[in-house]
Design a protein around this ligand. Structure first.
Ligand code: ADP
Length: 245
């Protein structure tokens, strides 16, 4: 059994009267790349925000690296890429990365190599406000990688990337995990998820309706892998009889 990095037990989250997450339980081990799938509005971002301390849970238990709930000491241990990256817009990539390094007390000598690794030119002096969405995604990933955190949470990281960027990110995710890190990743691009993830969970109606290893799923659903997942995201339960009128 892999070392447990994230433990979530009976997590519930409501916004006002609206229940978004209803009884989520999940244990994530070292080396796992867990794809969190679900329709728009299923609650993937909400789950990530609760894990990152950006939203408050309503009920349940969370332990990250053995620590109950989110504390400032976890800030350095969890890297994240959220769907709308925030930067110092008037500064260039190196300057943004330097601020990140100062904040987390990290070695700045790695900045250029990390920028190159995500496909950005360290000598591009343009302020970040001139960056395309894909470049912003790459810079956000660089800020995440330079921390070398044991846990990484990525919300729709393939969005806005060109095909080469998608392939590179997918390979980087697999290599980074490699027995060392725990990565949670949401995406709608099922073909990429199939290759990047080791495990898939599907959230529908606020709960986890599927939690399986990718290699098992691929074996069982060689021909209908994507169709099967889409049905699960709709909350389809094969033990019930449905009428599709
Ligand atoms: P996903 O990432 O799966 O698309 P989200 O977690 O972003 O889903 O959203 C789940 C639901 O929570 C949606 O119905 C959304 O409108 C609602 N929601 C998200 N954030 C808030 C908020 N700050 N206040 C109220 N409702 C919210």
């Amino acid at each position: 059994m892999e070392e447990e990095m994230i433990k979530i037990k009976n997590l519930k989250k409501s916004y006002g009267n609206k229940r978004i997450l209803n009884d989520i339980s999940l244990n994530a081990g070292k080396g796992e790349v867990i794809a969190v799938l679900g329709k728009n509005g299923a609650g993937k971002t909400t789950l990530f925000k609760v894990l990152l301390g950006l939203a408050k849970k309503s009920e349940g238990e969370i332990a990250v690296l053995g620590q109950p709930d989110y504390t400032d000491s976890l800030r350095k241990e969890i890297g994240f890429c959220m769907s709308i990256p925030v930067f110092y817009e008037h500064l260039n990539a190196i300057e943004n990365m330097s601020i990140e390094c100062e904040y987390y007390k990290l070695d700045k000598s790695n900045i250029c190599s990390v920028l190159r690794a995500v496909g950005l030119d360290p000598y591009n002096n343009e302020p970040v406000k001139k960056y395309s969405f894909g470049m912003r995604q790459r810079l956000q990933f660089a800020e995440c990688c330079i921390k070398n955190p044991p846990i990484i949470i990525m919300d729709e990281p393939f969005n806005g990337l060109d095909p080469k960027g998608i392939v590179k990110l997918k390979n980087t995710i697999r290599n980074m995990a490699n027995g060392e890190k725990t990565i949670l990743i949401s995406s709608h691009i099922l073909s990429e998820i199939k290759q990047a993830a080791t495990r898939i969970i599907v959230i529908a109606k606020g709960t986890i309706v599927l939690d399986r290893y990718v290699n098992e799923l691929v074996e069982e659903h060689t021909k209908d892998f994507e169709a099967f997942l889409i049905k699960k995201m709709e909350g389809y339960d094969e033990t019930q009889t449905y009428r599709f009128d």
